[in-house]
Design a protein around this ligand. Sequence first.
Ligand code: G3P
Length: 217
Amino acid sequence: MKFFADTADVADIAELAATGLLDGVTTNPSLIHKSGRDFMEVTREICALVDGPVSAEVVALDHAGMMREAEILRKIADNVCIKVPLTIDGLKSCKALTSDGTMVNVTLCFSAAQALLAAKAGATFISPFVGRHDDNGFDGMQLIADIRLIYDNYDFGTEILVASVRHGIHILEAAKIGADVMTAPPAVIRGLVKHVLTDKGIEGFLADWAKTGQSIA
Ligand code: G3P
């Protein structure tokens, strides 16, 4: 499963990129606002930090406006992936952009039927929001399983990008279902490394090592 960081924080992205864990980045208008940075400038910096796709979202709601914004965004770098909302205009823009060789991430997906439409429109990625789905009393992971089944039934090449990830269990369950990608806040990705027995093990080894009076030099 590919790991994307769901953030516009350049320091976090640089740190994760150095671990070799990072396959891409997703941003959205809320994350740009949180970063306090200029959209174009920060997107350019992020694109230079990672080799993989960097999602940058349009804010126009009509097809012509989305295409205008996409034209500006895709000039930032070759790894920009245009993010469009799951609306008729968004799907229309998805079709036009992917037919032209541009990566497209169709976002704000909350049903398997919506995911089917995105695949038919040639989306590179579909972003089902599992956390927000759970928050509203639905089963986010069932949504991922349904999309996986439908995409496999028809051999759609659209990659399932699990978004709105809140904790490690979301990542684990998504991997078990066979989602292609997950995007999570850096803190959630870093949290995957934590285990109480790992910490306890390090503590025990260091205590015994100190008793040997040796050093590695
Ligand atoms: O990038 C889209 C998505 O991951 C947003 O997550 O936590 O705002 O529901 P969240």
